[in-house]
Ligand binder design. Structure first.
Ligand SMILES: [Zn+2]
Length: 406
């Protein structure tokens, strides 16, 4: 087993151009005495939409590490993979997020459920046989699925160690702390050495915008989850560094203080995935550069607006866009750099900020992917303004409140 460090940040880069600017944010944390390990992640869904290969993520990460002389650890995460998609990630990744959300609710056999309940009298003592059986019926099949994926990776990786995460976040109903305990018991039975688990937390984790929900309830459940994990590590022989992974974790400003308090109180670690936020900083950097960069950023918006239904469809469960609040492309075409960046940059105090536009552009990276070389060349031409925004966003708005705040 390769060991994941205590604090880690999932960084994503749709077009493999910002690894260095992202790593710079981790270097700034290191300079302040806190190790935040970068984990470059890209899901199969993103690879398909962009038309990229897993090897490109590894290559970009390696290059950034060389250029900045980063001597700390770093990883490459095959994000949200399953049995059908994992194979092409075997060589390029050392971190695997086994996504079994779609298997939740598929029934395990009555015999398997009964055997699980009989094996775990300690769970029955705590919540009662009926509750344990109901939770088992809901999750046992999914956990077994994770075991199958894990064994397939282990077999193909051979002697090459790796980190395992199990994710259940892309589903409708959140998993409660008591359910998490049953899930972890089943993961222990299945002997999956998970180091991170991504439950679906209470509330909405929409892409690229703030948390929507009751932050106090989130804080209670997050702390309860930490207690469940600490207990499960000793009770079920799971890796001692097992920690929570917060998916769609970028831009959730209103829960960073609760997370920080919980980490400080318990000494727990955390993994926070922030993939999509970087691509929005690319657009901000282009717009800020003015001229052709601003022009291209406007073209991306116009096309995303026109294709909004198709772009939103694969992300339906993780966005809430009010079409009526999206500006007409004809209006955006008249915007200055400042108007564009005010609408898009995640500064909730700016009266020009538009969360609907921000979510649409978040899922609109396919538009830039289709522009191909034209888009990539503009990234190079506007590199300095983009890199500044990418680094600042990760460091000031994410690393600082989650990992550094006193
Ligand atoms: Zn996720």
């Amino acid at each position: 087993m390769l060991t994941l460090e205590k604090y880690s940040l999932g960084v994503g880069d749709r077009f493999a151009h910002q690894a260095k600017a992202q790593l710079e944010a981790c270097r700034m944390a290191a300079a302040r005495g806190v190790e935040v390990v970068p984990v470059w992640n890209k899901s199969n869904r993103e690879h398909l939409i962009v038309g990229s290969e897993p090897g490109s993520v590894r290559a970009a990460a390696d290059a950034a590490v060389r250029e900045l002389n980063w001597t700390g650890p770093y990883h490459v995460d095959a994000d949200h993979i399953n049995l059908g998609t994992v194979d092409r990630f075997i060589d390029a990744s050392d971190f695997y997020t086994l996504d079994v959300a779609s298997a939740i609710g598929q029934a395990a056999s009555a015999d398997d459920v009964a055997a699980f309940v009989a094996r775990h009298p300690e769970l029955v003592r705590e919540t009662g046989a009926d509750a344990v059986a109901a939770t088992t019926r809901k999750y046992l099949f999914a956990v077994r699925q994770a075991g199958t994926i894990h064994r397939r990776i282990a077999e193909q990786r051979g002697a090459r160690p790796f980190i395992t995460e199990v994710s259940m976040d892309e589903t409708d109903a959140p998993q409660t702390p008591p359910e998490l305990l049953v899930i972890l018991a089943a993961i222990g039975d299945e002997k999956i050495p998970i180091q991170t688990i991504a439950p679906k937390f209470t509330g909405r984790f929409n892409k690229g915008v703030d948390y929507v929900g009751d932050a106090a309830q989130f804080e209670r459940e997050f702390n309860d989850d930490l207690a469940v994990i600490a207990h499960a590590v000793s009770a079920y022989g799971l890796p001692a560094n097992l920690k929570l992974s917060v998916h769609s974790g970028s831009d959730k400003f209103s829960i960073y203080a609760p997370i920080r308090r919980a980490l400080l109180r318990t000494g727990a670690g955390v993994h926070v995935k922030t993939a999509g936020t970087t691509w929005l900083e690319e657009l901000i950097g282009l717009a800020e550069a003015g001229g052709d960069g601003l022009e291209l950023a406007k073209q991306v918006y116009a096309k995303a607006y026109a294709d909004r239904d198709a772009l939103c469809e694969p992300y339906a469960s993780v966005i809430d866009i009010n079409y009526a609040c999206l500006p007409e492309p004809s209006a955006v075409n008249g915007w200055t750099s400042e108007q564009y960046t005010s609408a898009l940059r995640h500064d909730q105090k700016n009266p020009g900020f538009n969360a609907d536009l921000r979510q649409l552009l978040h899922v609109g990276y396919k538009v830039a992917a289709k522009m191909g070389d034209k888009y990539l060349k503009m990234l190079d031409a506007c590199e300095s303004s983009i890199a500044r925004n990418v680094t600042e966003n990760l460091f000031d708005r994410h690393i600082r409140p989650i990992f550094l705040a006193a």
